[in-house]
Design a protein around this ligand. Structure first.
Ligand code: ADP
Ligand code: GN1
Ligand code: MG
Length: 371
């Protein structure tokens, strides 16, 4: 069944959730690569209200019911912290809407799982930074998020995608995809395959530091792209971390690193003109400062030292995941054109190459910001 056919059940899903008012529209929304997201507008007592409806990706998330238990646990925890601080829980955390049966998800007649969140109003999410200030604000907010989750018992969380950032395991999956070559695409991407094969050792460095107990496992977000944060439309402040599907035990350096991979790139993730792709050292420095401030001294000296490695490893891992998906026929990440995953792979490779050129500067920036 195609995604479109699955999404045809959105009206059936909408009827199940407790949303007052008359439906005005329900349109595809956002640029996420995983779930099917819709903006729902309703008219309630002459006022327009908005919600986010999502069909959770059942291929990626094997147990959406357990995933939603995680989301409720995490958002309840965040809400309590926000209230204690005198913040606004309606805007500073996701708020799942219940179904008329009291559940936080609905399983439709085709077996897809749906959920609804209140829409975070007067806020924006970005696919590229407009100014260093945007990036700084996102860094503070992601850092703050990790601080808020520090008191949360990781054992309460179900692992929504096992080995999500286990880079050596990702390498094995990549090798298998190359060997099987089910679409016959490997012959055309030999250069890209060789790039990841040559970087195998580099990719296992952070995992090794964890295994040797040099850095701690924390409750992390694991998908810290710029468009997974809402910035206040007026003040530009980072107000809410969204896309909580992968909140699980993980590495702080990977949360840092994935933000750099996406946001400190001078081009978009799927840019075809590779001459536009590079690591902005200005944005890198901005993010280091914001993240350290948001974490409020919680990172160990070793975690801080390894921040550049987090950036490089996440860029390697993500590009390798795009290439794996390309080799397997584009079944994981949402694609919008022929060769989309390959374009994404190539930007990630170019970005790693640029990081390698700028490595000393990256280490110097981290050292001077942490003094
Ligand atoms: P995916 O897992 O596919 O990336 P996300 O949960 O990140 O899905 O949602 C996709 C996009 O929808 C986000 O980047 C953001 O722009 C928008 N979005 C998601 N949740 C909300 C919300 N509660 N309020 C406003 N916008 C939202
Ligand atoms: C996916 O869901 P989204 O679009 O925020 C992916 C991330 C990748 C990212 C690459 C659950 O993030 O791991 O880094 O695409 N999320 C999942 O853009 O696989
Ligand atoms: Mg997202």
């Amino acid at each position: 069944m195609t995604r479109e056919e699955c999404c045809a059940k959105k009206s059936e899903a909408l009827e199940q959730f407790c949303m007052e008012g008359d439906l005005l529209s329900c349109e595809k929304y956002g640029n996420g690569h995983i779930n099917d997201t819709f903006l729902v507008r309703v008219m309630d007592k002459k006022a327009e209200k908005k919600y986010i409806l999502q069909r959770m990706n059942g291929d990626v998330f094997k147990d959406p019911e357990k995933l939603m238990e995680n989301i409720v646990l995490v958002t309840d925890h965040l809400r309590a912290m926000i209230e204690k601080r005198g913040g606004d829980p309606k805007r500073e955390t996701l708020n799942p809407i219940r179904t008329k049966d009291g559940n936080c998800f609905y399983k439709d007649s085709l077996g897809s799982y749906w959920r609804v969140y209140t829409f975070i109003t007067d806020a924006i999410s970005l696919d590229q930074v407009r100014s260093p200030e945007d990036f700084y604000q996102s860094a503070v907010a992601f850092g703050r998020f990790s601080g808020q989750m520090a008191g949360f018992d990781a054992a309460r969380l179900y692992e929504t995608i096992p080995d999500f950032h286990n880079t050596p395991k990702r390498f094995e999956a990549f090798e298998k995809a190359v060997k099987e070559d089910i679409c016959g695409r490997a012959k055309d991407v030999q250069k890209e395959i060789a790039f990841y094969t040559d970087h195998r050792e580099t990719m296992s460095y952070c995992a090794k530091q964890l295994a040797e107990g040099k850095i701690p496992l924390r409750v992390t977000h694991n998908d810290t792209k710029l468009n997974n944060i809402m910035l206040d439309a007026v003040t530009g402040k980072g107000i809410c971390v969204i896309d909580l599907d992968t909140v699980m035990p993980g590495l702080s350096i990977f949360d840092f690193g994935d933000s750099i991979r996406f946001g400190a790139n001078t081009a978009v993730e799927d840019e075809r003109d590779l001459s536009k792709v590079s690591l902005s050292l200005e944005l890198f420095e901005t993010y280091v400062k914001g993240y350290l401030e948001g974490c409020k001294g919680a990172l160990t000296p070793e975690e801080i030292r390894l921040l550049p490695y987090g950036a490089k490893t996440m860029t390697l891992e993500c590009g390798m995941r795009f290439l794996t998906d390309y080799l397997q026929g584009d079944t994981y990440f949402m694609v919008h054109r022929e060769g989309h995953n390959l374009d994404r792979t190539r930007t990630q490779i170019r970005l790693v190459e640029d990081m390698e050129q700028k490595w000393d500067r990256m280490e110097q920036i981290v050292a001077s910001c942490s003094k």
